[in-house]
Design a protein around this ligand. Structure first.
Ligand code: HPA
Ligand code: ZN
Length: 326
């Protein structure tokens, strides 16, 4: 069996996926037409060609403008279902997906529209594709604490249908400490906590995510490799890191996939998982991330299995379900 066939058949969980980042240009045009939204570029090819980023902010500007075509519950449902179909083809059995409610409420789309559409797609994914999934509500860290508190308040009617809270958007200049109190409230509500940290930001942001936000996972975490004491802490705590190689390459977090820190992260004993982040923008779904690392860094089949096991172990599935997958 070829390496790519092996990866294709490997059951896995996806723990770092922004549903808005799975909006393929084809669906973007379909929704633009459905909702009579005009797009700045006039073809799928032109949109794809524009996905040439030099840093996180470059990408975010395009990502937020793309999300403007999402207007109705049906749109969010279609977006979700398209992702789950793609994930099922990659042997994803469980997904914990991020959504960014503020990206929608700030342009007049009610919280209810986004979440009910996504929840409907998740029900279909379970029934039709056998994929289980949960939602993680992300706060946009470039916005202020009050806005994050208001978002958490808006989520209260759906509290039982939300797995946890996350922190995304522009990292540098927006440290985890800015959201300490919001994360404390989320913890009091019984929600899981995760945060993007150490993607572009310094190792100190990872320390803050651990000590101030009390996170259950670190999203990205690449820059932990600059701080041996932090590596020790993450290993001791058995902390799961949701690493996204194609994203790292497209956003110039790493200049060459062959020099991605994944092998040294595994050698250090970190609980690494591989994920697609924003697959429509970064050139591939989860299996492409596994393939890129296998082809370019030489991680072994045994290590790929270890990564897939980490993905279930680091998920928030009940222990009995984890055991079933592992
Ligand atoms: N980093 C931070 N925020 C994001 C990302 C990312 O890769 N994708 C969507 N929002
Ligand atoms: Zn991300």
């Amino acid at each position: 069996m070829s390496l790519h066939e092996f990866i294709a058949g490997l059951p896995k969980a996806e723990l770092h996926l922004h549903i808005e980042g799975s909006l393929e240009p084809e669906l973007m045009f379909e929704l633009a037409k459905r909702n009579r939204v005009s797009l700045p570029l006039d073809s799928v090819e032109a949109v794809r060609a524009a996905y040439d980023f030099s840093n996180l902010q470059d990408f975010l500007d395009i990502y937020y403008s793309g999300a403007d075509v999402l207007r109705t519950e049906q749109d969010f449902h279609d977006l979700g279902l398209a992702y789950f179909r793609r994930a099922a083809a990659d042997s994803v059995r469980h997904a914990e997906i991020f959504f960014d409610p503020q990206t929608h409420t700030d342009r007049g789309i009610p919280f209810q529209v986004a979440i009910d559409g996504l929840l409907a797609s998740m029900d279909r994914a379970e029934a039709e594709l056998g994929i289980s999934s949960r939602l993680i509500l992300c706060f946009l860290r470039h916005l202020d604490e009050d806005a994050a508190f208001a978002t958490l308040k808006a989520a209260e009617p759906w509290q039982d249908q939300i797995l946890g809270v996350g922190l995304d958007s522009s990292e540098v200049g927006h440290p985890p400490s800015k959201f300490q109190r919001v994360f404390e409230r989320a913890g009091d509500m019984g929600l899981k906590r995760v945060a993007h940290a150490g993607e572009e930001g310094p190792p100190d942001y990872i320390w803050q995510a651990l000590d101030l936000l009390k996170v259950d996972r670190i999203d990205h975490g690449n820059r932990a490799m600059e701080d041996p004491a932090l590596i020790r802490r993450l290993v001791e705590q058995g902390m799961t890191l949701t690493v996204c190689p194609l994203s790292n390459h497209k956003l110039c977090v790493v200049d060459d996939l062959a020099r991605h820190p994944l092998p040294s992260m595994l050698d250090a004993g970190l609980k690494v998982t591989l994920n697609s982040d924003d697959p429509a923008y970064f050139g591939g779904y989860v299996n492409r991330n596994y393939e890129a690392m296998a082809d370019q860094t030489g991680v072994t089949r045994d290590q790929l299995v270890e990564i897939a096991i980490n993905s279930f172990a680091g998920s928030c599935l009940p222990e009995a379900d984890k055991a079933r997958h592992i």
